[in-house]
Design a protein around this ligand. Structure first.
Ligand code: NAP
Ligand code: MG
Length: 398
């Protein structure tokens, strides 16, 4: 069989731990036998990020601006324990945070729905897509430890030198403080991507913040969404028979639990981080969730929504068998290959992505799956496969 040819490279961002192991298996078993894979490779594994002073992360994001489509493996976000484990020069920032700050845009996450894996929220009948704002807030925050008594203020110095101050707190003892920001331009493109995606996928759009408490910060998000909706989207939504609905974040959480699903839930950066894990777990598994960052300029970065599955990796290092679910990582590749095919006009690449997704879903629906799914499936007597066995079962079907 002749391999499918590519004309433009995909930006390939390799990662860490168990997902790095899966990455290699996916390429060897599911991609390279069928595609003349053309990628520009960036090793975002923590060791290499440390060697390059994290420059490799910035370079990979810049390459995404050049080639428009990237596929990313899960990566470690260092904490104190990782500083020791990897002997790091610095506690490098989250690569996803760095990439999102460079590309801007919105992350859309939707569950991969499979027969036999039923959501544990019993009234959820349709997928819930989370649209996560991918710029600013705590991910671009500045923080200080306050050693003792003293005054903390926010100071804005305008270009003409004039200053506006706002008291944060008069400390009478040690404490902590955090400053964060967002940009109207980024919130506007977040709003536009959400409204556009809602129209594309013909689903209602929900948006929620804590504007009653955060009367300037969160309220600005609410106002910008409403202005853009009224000016550019209200008529289109009406014509399409879909709705835009704003409420408080705590009210939204309560309503989501009682809903049927089938809408897009737009979230600020942190809310989206947390809520996407809740939604994906409730739909089955963290490993059954697609995730794509869509920038306002039309750059796409596909990834899995879960982390590097550290616990499984340590078992793997000890020579023990693992049963790690590779579905989200496979769908990151299919998403990127399909988009590459669309942009370059290579129908074979799009068709291949469809076939690989179908082979993956059929494998699970026929009862062959990893342990995380076997524990929750309604299919009787499922066959539990190990990490490699599952990928090989998909390859056989493909
Ligand atoms: P995690 O990798 O998402 O895994 C948490 C737990 O969820 C696992 O221990 C496992 O449960 C289950 N799980 C997640 N993905 C699975 C899969 N594909 N197949 C089967 N089970 C799966 O989170 P973590 O262990 O807390 O974080 C590990 C590292 O990932 C951290 O260093 C963190 O910084 C990083 N992280 C990266 C990203 C990203 O790059 N996008 C996102 C989140 C976290 P059991 O152990 O019960 O089997
Ligand atoms: Mg998260």
């Amino acid at each position: 069989m002749e391999k499918i040819k590519m004309t433009t490279p995909l930006v390939e961002m390799d990662g860490d731990e168990m997902t790095r192991i899966l990455w290699k298996m996916i390429k060897e078993n599911l991609l390279e036998p069928y595609i003349d894979l053309k990628t520009e490779y960036y090793d975002l594994g923590l060791e290499h990020r440390n060697e390059t002073n994290d420059q490799v992360t910035v370079d990979s994001a810049m390459a995404t601006k050049k080639y428009k489509v990237a596929v990313k493996c899960a990566t470690i976000t260092p904490n104190a324990a990782r500083m020791d484990e990897y002997d790091l020069k610095e506690m490098w920032k989250s690569p996803n945070g760095t990439i999102r700050a460079i590309l801007d845009g919105t992350v859309f996450r939707a569950p991969i729905v499979v027969k036999g894996i039923e959501p544990c929220v019993k009234n959820w009948k349709k997928p819930i897509t989370i649209a996560r704002h991918a710029y600013g807030d705590v991910y671009k925050g500045s923080e200080m430890k306050i050693p003792g008594a003293g005054k903390v203020e926010l100071v804005y110095t305008a270009e003409d030198g004039s200053q506006t101050k706002e008291l944060v707190h008069e400390f009478d003892g040690p404490g902590i403080v955090q400053g964060m920001h967002n940009l109207n331009k980024s919130i506007e493109s977040f709003a536009r991507s959400c409204f556009t995606y809602a129209l594309d996928t013909h689903q209602d759009l929900w948006f929620a913040t804590k504007d009653t408490i955060s009367k300037k910060y969160d309220h600005t998000f609410k106002d910008i969404f409403q202005e853009i909706y009224d000016a550019e989207f209200a008529e289109k939504f009406e014509a399409a028979g879909i709705e835009y609905f704003y409420t408080l974040i705590d009210d939204a959480v309560a309503r989501v639990m009682k809903s049927e699903g089938g809408y897009i839930w737009a979230c600020k950066n942190y809310d989206g981080d947390v809520m996407s894990d809740m939604v994906s777990s409730a739909f089955g598994s963290l490993a059954m969730m697609t995730s794509v960052l869509v920038s306002p300029e039309g750059y796409y970065e596909y990834e899995a929504a879960h982390g590097t599955v550290q616990r499984h990796y340590y078992k793997h290092l000890k020579g023990e068998e693992t049963s790690t679910n590779s579905v989200a990582t496979i769908f990151a590749w299919t998403g990127a290959l399909r988009k590459r095919g669309e942009l370059d006009g290579i129908q074979d690449l799009c068709d291949f992505a469809d076939r690989l997704e179908k082979a993956t879903i059929d494998t699970i629906e026929s009862g062959e799956m990893t342990k995380d799914l076997a524990l929750i499936t309604t299919i009787e007597n499922p066959t539990v496969l190990n990490s490699e066995g599952f990928i090989k079962a998909i390859a056989k079907r493909l």
